[in-house]
Ligand binder design. Sequence first.
Ligand code: ATP
Ligand code: MG
Length: 436
Amino acid sequence: MALVTKAIKGTQDLLPCDSHKNRYVEQTMLSIAEKFGFKEIRTPVFEHTELFSRGVGDTTDVVQKEMYTFDDKGGRSITLRPEGTAGAMRAFLEHGLFNEPLPQKVSYLTSCYRYEKPQAGRLREFHQFGVECFGTAAPAADAELISLAHQIFSFLGVEGLTLELNSIGCPTCRKNYHKALREYFESRKAQLCPTCLDRLERNPMRILDCKNPECQEIAKNAPKVLDYICDDCAAHFAAVKSHLDAMNIPYVVNPTIVRGLDYYTRTVFEFVSTQIGAQGTVCGGGRYDGLAEELGGSATPSLGFALGIERLMLLLAAQNTPLPEEERADLFFVTMGDAANCKAAQLAYSMRENGLAVQYDILGRSVKAQMKYANKTGARNTVVIGDSELESGEVTVKNMDGGDGAQLPLDGFEDAFEQYLIQAELGRLADEEISF
Ligand code: ATP
Ligand code: MG
């Protein structure tokens, strides 16, 4: 029976004591993206398996080893989304968003599923914030997309991330590169893992992304893609870099990045940290000009990135980055007796309607225990209501942070309490000014 009280390996709960941090980070990302023109899209958590095998690429680790695929009761092959791009592109094609003004810019926050070996920063259910920009081939779009990730990290106060940049060329120049790679790996076949032997035939670039240490060792000295890209791709890459230079966004060119997914072309990039262990890539993305056609649409040059929420939260924690505190109740009503408890319920209801955070006892505890609870849960103010307060029509506000309290009437208490909060805030600001 222990199974029912234990979450599945590689999944994790986000508890109430932490959720406000994730919410802050997620809202921040969505709203910065909105300033860049990215609007939220939501797509289903499962799709036809074929969408991912075609859209992510059937020579990738994700498709070959990591997908949660099953037949539904109607015998269709279904897969839990391992990433967000394929679903967003499917929606773009299905709903004819290519007829809307281009580029179409979308953002999303989604859970993703990959059957991987769970470890720090690597889960089987994880979350991504992602953006996609459909319908532009211009290098300005690549630089803008990268600048969005950069601005998100700098707004959140993340430090020490390195932006690594590469171009992996287009299908034309890649032919030569594939040839050079095949020649290189052909003579080292004996040391490659079985998956990479298959990749050698079908897509030798995938070998460069293999996680097997022996393959990685051999891959180190393999020919570098930047030496093989055509003039157009080289010019595109140069333009991306000069846009980044203009925005003062530092980067290093890392000619070994090829990215995990098959559909990338030209620009690829990662934001990497050395502070969260082996899973250091917090954000990865790039251009995927061939994906729309791969999925049966017409040619639509596009690009995007995905940022791993769990890895970002690990990094924020490792750096002790200050995040907003949990929301505290503006007021807790400590009540004695049913009549007082009903009065508190009535006042709390209308004060909440006015946007205040208000709590009262719903457990039938003693006054002392209610006070303790109010204190522990961080209520800013308390008001005791008992028979004598109901009779006199007056209550005492106690400021739990040591500030001035107040005597307020029960009749019209909602407005009076708001006035009290305003006065307290003005007092605080005046104090600040004096100390300034
Ligand atoms: P890795 O090389 O670490 O396996 P990837 O290339 O498979 O990463 P992407 O598909 O580009 O990763 O996903 C984008 C981001 O999502 C990653 O940079 C990472 O932050 C996050 N991510 C990917 N897989 C996982 C996972 N299993 N658990 C937690 N986060 C993940
Ligand atoms: Mg991976």
